[in-house]
Design a protein around this ligand. Sequence first.
Ligand code: FES
Length: 110
Amino acid sequence: MSGAEVRLCSVGDVEPNSATRFVVDRHKIALVRVGDDFYAIGDTCSHADYSLSEGEVDPDALQIECWKHGSCFSLKTGEPDTLPATRPVPTYDVRVEGDDVLVKVEANGG
Ligand code: FES
């Protein structure tokens, strides 16, 4: 089944270098903005049930840090580069069309 593309929000709804949580169907998604680029990854940390969108975005490393225990997840691959998390979170295809941020609600891996 190929995932449906869903409009999450407007470009201006997410501040640069921040993350916002969205729930679409059963998918909990952290939408992250770095400059004018958007990334979408699974919002639930792979270590425990905490929301990654509440963590700090590192715009240079393109990572988001889990606020609970500090694992940093790649915005591109969903892979953590620091313990205690060892498993990736899913990633989602995201694109901007006009003022709309669209996400394909079908996770890549994770
Ligand atoms: S809950 Fe995220 S690193 Fe522990």
